[in-house]
Design a protein around this ligand. Structure first.
Ligand code: SF4
Length: 292
């Protein structure tokens, strides 16, 4: 629970606030940009919600916040925020909400598919909480858990056990240590089924991989994201734990694939036409190579 006595002074007066435990993960700003802003290494409320839609956005941010840093002094029905997740992003692709502090608030996703098409896929792991688990059960459970890399695994064990799901992860990010059932290796893409392709993208970490679904949705972990400030696809140079040149090479290899959505763990989501996305990716590769 957020602590009103630790309310940050940067919040404007009113019901909603962020307290000093904020870790600056960006989730609230992405979910409710009319309410939350970055005031420099933390978030705060810059405008109290004025409409029902903005109130709902703030309630969703409360649920998604990995550190319970957002509070309200008014007695809103918090279930509205809880009920909003998983939230459909497009077609059968959902954002799970309930971001986990252990993955620094990384976003996780659920792809809902009939059993005949291979069943549901969880991409990285949200917090294991009863309300979310029940919603996922109602959507058909989880057959496969794809873990992009070691930083964003969060409660993967609990999800795997509860849903009897098989986890997929690259061996170079200690997949064996996590007890992963399907370990992939090397840099060749691995097809899981007709619609799912694992593409190793070493760089951010040695065993990072992304997941391409139906040549349309690319789940990118911490490899690739949209930067609203630069209006460009980007990679996190200051948070590259293994090798920037290797990550740059991995980025160039992604030019061989078609996709319309970039769905990252950190950073912003982006949707565009496949041709525009390719141009953005070419620009991103050039930008990465400019660092030598
Ligand atoms: S979601 Fe929570 S931790 Fe993340 S930036 Fe907002 S207040 Fe901070």
């Amino acid at each position: 629970m957020a602590n009103p006595s630790k309310r940050l002074p940067e919040n404007v007066p009113g019901d909603f606030y962020v307290d000093e435990s904020c870790i600056d993960c960006d989730a609230c700003r992405q979910i409710a940009p009319d309410v939350f802003r970055d005031h420099g290494e933390q978030s705060s409320v810059y405008q109290q919600p004025r409409t029902e839609a903005e109130v709902l956005g703030a309630l969703k941010a409360i649920v998604a916040c990995p550190t319970a840093s957002i509070g309200t002094t008014r007695d809103y029905d918090a279930r509205r925020g809880v009920e909003a997740f998983p939230e459909r992003m497009d077609e059968n692709v959902y954002y799970c909400g309930f971001n986990s502090e252990s993955s620094f608030g990384a976003w996780s996703y659920l792809v809902v598919r009939p059993e005949g098409e291979g069943g549901n896929v969880l991409v990285d792991s949200p917090r294991f909480t009863r309300p979310l688990v029940k919603k996922i059960e109602a959507l058909g459970g989880v057959r496969t858990i794809f873990l992009t890399h070691r930083d964003d695994v969060a409660d993967h064990e609990k999800y795997a056990r509860h849903f009897k799901a098989a986890r997929v992860m690259h061996r170079d990010d200690n997949a064996a240590r996590y007890g992963v059932e399907h370990v992939v290796g090397g840099e060749e893409a691995v097809r899981l089924d007709r619609d799912l392709l694992v593409i190793p993208t070493p760089g951010h970490t040695r065993g990072h991989a992304v997941l391409l679904y139906r040549d349309k949705y690319l789940f990118t972990g911490d490899h690739l994201a949209w930067s609203p400030a630069r209006r460009a696809l980007t990679a996190f140079r200051s948070a590259c734990w293994y090798s920037w040149p290797v990550q740059t090479r991995s980025m160039r290899r992604l030019l061989g694939y078609r996709f319309e959505w970039v769905l990252p763990g950190h950073g912003r989501i982006h949707h565009d036409t496949a041709s525009a996305m390719r141009r953005h990716l070419e620009d991103c590769v050039r930008w990465m190579e400019s660092f030598g």
